[in-house]
Design a protein around this ligand. Structure first.
Ligand SMILES: [Zn+2]
Length: 299
């Protein structure tokens, strides 16, 4: 698609190096308009992080699941419990899907989560569900990689901008069939958990939270980039389950995603999921209601 403007400064260089259309006289003025945040979240009640964290006192680990390299596994977390995705053995990225355990049509909505919380998630951010429920499914209560922030390339960790590695894009760009992309891993694992065929299960697999992955958009072309994850064994991302959850985690074939994905080339490691049951839910916590919009769409 052609882009408007012809006098682009170097840092504004876009994909179309030689635009087809002349810039208007006030182009510079238009470019200097200060942006505003699309979805300011100040009206959302903030999560009571200290209340959540206090509930961890005396919690009990009730389940753990090891996700083998280049495979996915599912796990359940009841509302009011916590879970952690933990790095073990070596740097490894995980592609994460989440469903309402009682109704798999309600699933993690990475695009809306991105619109609300930004490109990369950390402590205090929520994982929002799809329409029409659109409510917090989980709240991030601790992130040992929060020190990373944004690097000089605009990269950060735990993105909601990628989708998941998949055999279709691989076929398109590289040719050949690779069956251990995260999309296929998640499809197999979800099919087993839900008792569905692969064909029935595949439409339930959705855009992910890229746990531990270090990504961004290139400044010159706006392309999705990845670089070696800073994750080290012992690092974890911790969540509080706001509703009853079914989760699925794939240990990406890209390993630390520092070079390649969609192949067996990268060094890969397992990931660990731990589920913790608190003695009591956080004080004052209530499971979130479904979104109150009535769904008439004006009719
Ligand atoms: Zn992947």
């Amino acid at each position: 698609m052609a882009r408007l403007g012809s006098h682009l400064e170097d840092e504004q260089a876009m994909k179309l190096k030689d635009p087809e259309h002349a810039a208007p006289a006030d182009a510079a003025e238009k470019r200097h308009v200060t942006p505003i945040v699309c979805y300011p979240v100040e009206t959302l009640p903030p999560p009571d992080l200290s209340g959540y964290r206090a509930a961890r006192q005396g919690w009990e680990k009730v389940a753990e699941v090891t996700v083998p390299p280049r495979e996915a596994r599912t796990f359940e977390v009841p509302a009011g419990s916590f879970f952690r995705i933990v790095s073990v053995e070596g740097p490894q990225v995980g592609d994460f899907n989440l469903w309402n355990a009682a109704d798999h049509a309600e699933r993690f909505y990475s695009g809306k989560t991105r619109a609300l919380h930004g490109t990369h998630l950390s402590t205090g951010d929520r994982l929002w569900s799809s329409f029409p429920a659109m409510r917090p499914m989980a709240t991030i209560t601790e992130d040992t990689l929060d020190w990373y922030g944004f690097d000089d390339f605009g990269g950060s960790v735990h993105d909601v901008i990628g989708t998941r590695c998949d055999p279709y894009t691989n076929r398109l760009l590289a040719g050949g069939d690779y069956h251990h992309c995260c999309h296929s891993n998640l499809t197999r694992a979800y099919a087993d958990a839900a008792g569905l065929s692969l064909a029935e299960a595949e439409p339930f697999v959705h855009d992910v939270l890229n746990v531990f992955m270090c990504t961004g958009f290139t400044r010159d072309t706006g392309q999705y980039f990845m670089k070696a994850s800073p994750v080290r064994p012992g690092d974890f991302l911790e969540f509080f389950a706001e509703i009853d959850l079914l989760g699925a985690l794939s240990a990406c074939p890209g390993g630390d995603c520092g070079s390649k994905h969609s192949s067996d080339v990268a060094a890969c490691h397992p990931l660990l999921v731990e589920v913790f049951r608190p003695k009591a839910p956080p004080a004052g916590w209530q499971p979130p209601e479904k979104n109150a919009y009535g769904g008439s769409h004006g009719r």
